[in-house]
Design a protein around this ligand. Structure first.
Ligand code: SF4
Length: 678
């Protein structure tokens, strides 16, 4: 059939946090195409992933029946048998060692309704607060830092606002590749005459669009921002009325940045002192200045402090709480914002209601019909350490692939192999699923109803286009079956009922319902059914009352190059692929970008005798991988770069598991490696 003859089902893109609205084209219960829905943040635009990335749905390797491992071999079993086996496994471990010996990994790939139910299953039924998800690898420093300073860890402004900024300060974000449709708003701003400043050690496509590119040495962001603040205070460019009326802690900030002169910044960051002054003045005096950032800022041992340094800058200049300003951490995965909102974090119940606060616990305990554990649970990194120590006995991993995505992946693999019982629920037999005792086949996003929350806090519908492939089931149905088998039935006829229960317990979502989620979605907070939703946060006052300055100091990365490992490895993403590749490597995008290359600076390559395409062994203190090299000037001398999309060149076998103490996010952006030509 031709596109106009096929039935379109409007849903939300399953890839990045922009949350583009797409029409899936359906014929004979098969998704055969996709196009932009014509509304939503994307209008008529989609990037290659949204347009061509749906073919994994019907890939022959889709998991279609539950699998149980017996004597090292997979056996297909019925759903009742699989659910019985999983329930029995968890029940035994809980009886013997207690609920705290079980941990759950929720997922930014499943819906809000499913994250909410999994949270309920973990805390109420399994009796554990050990629930976490991949936000730990990306925006946990944002949740910790931005919330401490403003009261909310969420993006402050709507995506479309970016087009109206006079200055955009983009930090550690390769937006044109990782959030392609959002980058169109940056281009619009530039066409209007906005100044784009990009802080990134790499000369990315976005850096090439910038009026000013600041190629900072990796891990030195605090020095740059403290120095900009030093200049702004010194030259009296700060927004006095805003700070005096709405912020607290200025004396501490002033004292903390005193020694961060532009000359010192030049020495540490590599950016000329005069350029630091120029950017500081431009940011402070711009009418509307918007900050965007992603993992280049957060994936450091100082991730939370980096976020605080950037927030100090925005507060000091009053560049927050107005249109086209603000602090905009761009979420990576389609529903990583929603998974956090739904309480897939060890210390929070849905809506960031602290599990350690008795009143919050009581509220959920009453609604859910049973007691909840009080002590906050472990983060992913802590779970893996506890598994190695033998304290954690079982894990239920839903839609995540830590064997490839965790820092120091060999350690993650070793930790999972220590467990007595591992259950993985996914759409493919991922590298993590291969280690499981039981694998439960989940339906993909095209096969179920629900909601995702995009990076700008917009709750949008996910609509079922086709029935579940094979004998797979929607994640929410699997959670219900498991709860029933564990003696605490959770019965829902449709995700709409789960959403309503969640909204009644989560103030920011209280006014949202499926009936209201027609085309554009609604941005939380939306407290009542007649509330239009909130585009811009912190307009009258900060969510926490006053905006709070935090004194932060520079600490170098945990592991820098030395004589033995002379190169700095930086990691990230590419346009054509997504995370551990389990979806995009099973689409036509693999033909466009079939293998991963290690980006090596051309001059460095010349000195090492490396030519384009040469295969090298990349070795760190934690592991080694083999891949071909690509000679480029996009990376500075002394740095190499690769994405983590390709399991056959799993770059996280090399990365450093050292973590930010405030957020437990690993330092995925900096480690030391050496190359051996093969
Ligand atoms: Fe999907 Fe993001 Fe691309 Fe939009 S920009 S089509 S949400 S991957």
């Amino acid at each position: 059939g031709r596109p106009w003859e096929l039935t379109p089902v409007t849903t939300t893109c399953p890839y990045c946090g922009v949350g583009c609205q797409i029409d899936l084209l359906v014929k004979d219960n098969r998704v055969v195409g996709a196009k932009a829905a014509g509304h939503g943040v994307n209008g008529r635009h989609l990037c290659v992933k949204g347009r061509y990335g749906h073919q994994f749905i019907h890939h022959p390797q889709r998991l279609t029946v539950p699998l149980v491992k017996k004597n090292g071999r997979w056996q297909e079993v019925s759903w009742p048998e699989a659910i019985r086996k999983v329930a029995e496994g968890f029940r035994q471990i809980k009886q013997q060692y207690g609920g705290r010996s079980i941990a759950v990994l929720a997922s930014a790939r499943i819906t809000n309704e499913e994250n909410y139910l999994l949270n309920k299953l973990a805390r109420l039924v399994l009796g554990t607060n050990h629930i976490d998800h991949c936000a730990r690898l990306c925006h946990a420093p944002t949740v910790a830092g931005l919330a401490a300073a403003t009261g909310s860890g969420a993006m402050t402004n709507p995506i479309k606002d970016i087009a109206g900024a006079d200055l955009i300060l983009a930090i550690g974000t390769n937006t044109t590749e990782t959030h392609p449709v959002l980058s169109l708003f940056i281009r619009q701003a530039i066409q209007r005459g906005a100044v784009l400043v990009v802080v990134d050690p790499r000369k990315t496509e976005l850096a090439k669009l910038a009026a000013i590119h600041l190629p900072v040495k990796p891990g030195t962001d605090i020095v740059l921002f403290n120095s900009m603040i030093n200049v702004i205070i010194e030259e009296n460019l700060w927004n006095k009325p805003f700070v005096e009326e709405r912020c607290e802690g200025l004396p501490e900030l002033t004292a903390a940045v005193r020694d961060y002169t532009p000359a010192y910044a030049q020495e540490v960051t590599g950016i000329a002192a005069e350029t630091v002054r120029q950017v500081a003045r431009a940011y402070a005096t711009a009418g509307r200045a918007a900050i965007l950032y992603t993992m280049g800022l957060t994936q450091h041992v100082t991730g939370t402090d980096n976020v605080l340094a950037v927030t100090n800058l925005a507060l000091l200049c009053g560049q927050i709480g107005r249109a086209s300003t603000g602090i905009n951490p761009l979420r990576g995965q389609n529903n990583v914002q929603g998974a956090c909102d739904m309480g897939a974090l060890p210390q929070y119940l849905p809506g960031y209601q602290p599990v350690w606060e008795e009143s919050c616990r009581e509220k959920f305990s009453k609604a859910w019909g049973g007691p909840l554990p009080a002590q906050p649970g472990m983060t992913v990194g802590e779970m893996l350490q506890a598994a190695c120590r033998g304290e954690l006995k079982a894990m239920y991993i839903v839609g995540e692939n830590p064997v490839i995505s965790e820092a120091d992946a060999n350690h993650a693999t070793q930790a999972l192999s220590q467990l007595d019982f591992l259950v993985v629920q996914d759409i493919f037999l991922t590298e993590t699923a291969q280690m499981a005792d039981v694998v439960l086949p989940a339906a993909s996003w095209a096969e179920k109803d629900g909601t995702f929350t995009n990076t700008e806090r917009r709750v949008q519908r996910v609509r079922q286009a086709i029935p579940p492939v094979g004998n797979s089931q929607a994640d929410w149905q699997i959670f219900c079956a498991l709860a029933e088998a564990l003696g605490r039935p959770m019965r829902y006829r449709h995700p709409r009922e789960i959403f309503d229960e969640m909204a009644a317990l989560t103030p920011a979502y209280a006014g949202i319902s499926y009936d209201r989620l027609v085309k554009e979605g609604i941005q939380w907070p939306c407290p009542t059914p007649d509330h239009p939703g909130t585009g811009i946060l912190h307009q009258e006052k900060f969510v926490r009352g006053k905006g709070k300055f935090h004194a932060v100091a520079y600490r170098p990365p945990d592991e820098l190059p030395d004589r033995q490992y002379p190169l700095l490895l930086n990691t990230g993403r590419r346009l054509f692929h997504y995370h551990t590749g389990s979806m995009t490597l099973r689409t036509g995008l693999k033909d466009v970008y079939p293998v991963e290359y290690l980006d090596v600076n051309s001059q460095d390559a010349g000195e090492m005798g490396l030519a384009q395409g040469d295969r090298v062994k990349v070795i760190s203190r934690r592991g080694e991988i083999v891949m071909p090299v690509r000679l480029t000037d996009e990376v500075p001398r002394g740095m190499v770069f690769a994405s983590f999309h390709f399991p056959d060149a799993a770059v996280n076998k090399l990365t450093n598991g050292a973590r930010c103490p405030g957020s437990h996010t690993p330092e995925l952006k900096v480690c030391a490696v050496r190359l051996e030509k093969l």
